[in-house]
Design a protein around this ligand. Structure first.
Ligand code: JFZ
Length: 446
């Protein structure tokens, strides 16, 4: 009987058990490489709130006419939640069809309801008519399909009596009450749940915290230690009061390429660098824009303002051209099916990616920023020019330190294109009509 040789991940995790090792381990291994390559992911906001076509959690935190539901009605929704048509493999297949390379699932949103079978609460998916652990089913389907899965976890928790005095309506104390003597019990609860998520569902590639305001109250360092003690390679975002591994602009793109040490100003979408600055690789700050296809994170049958597939393809290009990841959201229906309008758009993005993914996956920000009519990404010897506004018969690409190119071609067909390069300006002869109605990609190879 051969001895069981621990896998690399088991070794990393065993070694990571000691308090100092995780940080060293992460320094040694490029644990972000898969994330940089992935570029495009699927966000999934799903819970009993989908029954009422209301946004996740916010209707009880900040009641509004848009989502008219009382806290009592909202909190009763789990009793009817039974997504009998849920097929985890179908979710993964849809993400793959779109060329999304990771999935992030809401294990617990601000309402405190757990879409996983936590031992530390009764307010959870296994206490609904559905009974099954949805996070577990999705994780299993992801692992069988080789799809990296991450977990969204909300530090704010309207259900937990140590997070806030639950005798009051959530609208009165939704930001939590950290000065109460019981607050440490809530931090213990958070740590216990994070350990559940990181020990019972296989590899978890990232934890997507969502701390909202005054995030320091959640003791981010403690939660980071707990995560890395379980899985040393798990990435952590910037929403628990410390910078973490990546920035998370929400529903917008930073005006320029984010750099380390400069805080992203959400108000002005400003990265603190000069416009169109192209950072040195070591300056670059990992970042990810998360976005809805309509306006609602959760399923909302009344929200018909869907972005077009062209808008979504161009947003993916915009994000990749500044080196970011695009986490595009779906809010599944209460029956467990992803609505047709979302499927249609994701499959349309996938069709474009079938022909052009080489210019997105594994790429980084391009050498030309802020150009009118096109964006650029780069990968190895290739600069990809993603043309939004077709220029007629010649395309001009200008920048200070472009490499000397040896060839130009249409990415999707490989058709060679005539070009000239002089004094930092490349002039490419292009077909009169744009070959692709959404975005045509031209490869310049050095
Ligand atoms: C948060 C959640 O509240 C939202 O429901 C969704 O899950 C999104 C991905 O993340 O959105 C925010 C985050 C920060 C603020 C408001 C909403 N904020 O700082 O005001």
């Amino acid at each position: 009987m051969s001895a069981h040789l621990p896998s690399r991940r088991e070794l990393l995790t065993m070694f990571a058990a000691s308090p100092l090792a995780p940080m060293l381990l992460r320094a040694e291994t490029d644990y972000t490489a898969w994330y940089r390559e992935a570029k495009f992911g699927m966000f999934i906001h799903w819970g009993p709130y989908s029954l009422a076509s209301v946004e996740a959690s916010w209707p009880i935190m900040q009641p509004s006419k848009e989502f008219p539901i009382t806290e009592e009605q909202y909190r009763a929704l789990p009793q009817q939640f039974n997504p009998t048509k849920f097929d985890a493999a179908a979710f993964v297949d849809l993400a793959k069809a779109a060329h999304q390379k990771y999935m992030v699932f809401t294990t617990k949103h601000h309402d405190g309801f757990c879409m996983f079978d936590s031992a530390y609460t009764d307010y959870k998916i296994t206490n609904t008519p559905y009974k099954k652990d949805i996070a577990g089913l999705l994780a299993e389907a992801c692992h069988s399909a080789g799809m990296p899965i991450g977990f969204y976890y909300s530090p704010p928790d309207m259900n937990h009596p140590a997070f806030r005095d639950t005798a009051k309506p959530a609208r009165d104390n939704w930001n939590g009450e950290p000065t109460r003597s019981v607050w440490p019990l809530y931090l213990d609860y958070m740590e216990l749940q994070l350990r559940e998520l990181l020990t019972r569902y296989g590899d978890v590639v990232l934890i997507w915290f969502d701390g909202l305001h005054n995030q320091r109250k959640f003791d981010g360092e403690r939660m980071h230690r707990a995560i890395l003690a379980c899985q040393a390679q798990t990435l952590i975002n910037n929403r628990i009061g410390i910078p973490g591994d990546f920035e998370t602009p929400e529903q917008f793109l930073p005006a320029a390429i984010p750099v380390k040490g400069k805080k992203l100003d959400w108000e002005n979408r400003d990265t603190g660098t000069k416009p169109n600055y192209v950072p040195k690789p070591e300056e670059f700050r990992l970042w990810e824009t998360c976005m809805t296809i309509n306006h609602t994170w959760a399923y909302n049958k009344n929200d018909h303002e869907f972005k077009s597939s062209r808008q979504l393809i161009r947003t993916l290009v915009e994000v990749a051209s500044r080196g970011g990841n695009f986490l595009l959201n779906v809010g599944p229906q209460p029956d467990g099916v992803i609505q047709p309008e979302f499927q249609e758009r994701l499959r349309a993005i996938g069709k474009w990616m079938d022909r052009n993914s080489a210019a997105i996956h594994g790429s980084t920000y391009g050498p030309v920023q802020g150009a009118k009519g096109f964006r650029t990404t780069a990968r190895g010897r290739d600069v990809f020019v993603h043309v939004f506004d077709w220029p007629g018969t010649t395309l001009e690409v200008a920048a200070d330190d472009l490499p000397k190119f040896n060839s130009a071609s249409l990415l999707e067909t490989g058709q060679p294109l005539q070009f000239k390069q002089q004094d930092g300006r490349v002039t490419v002869e292009v077909p009169v009509q744009a070959p692709d109605p959404d975005v045509t990609v031209i490869t310049l190879r050095s």
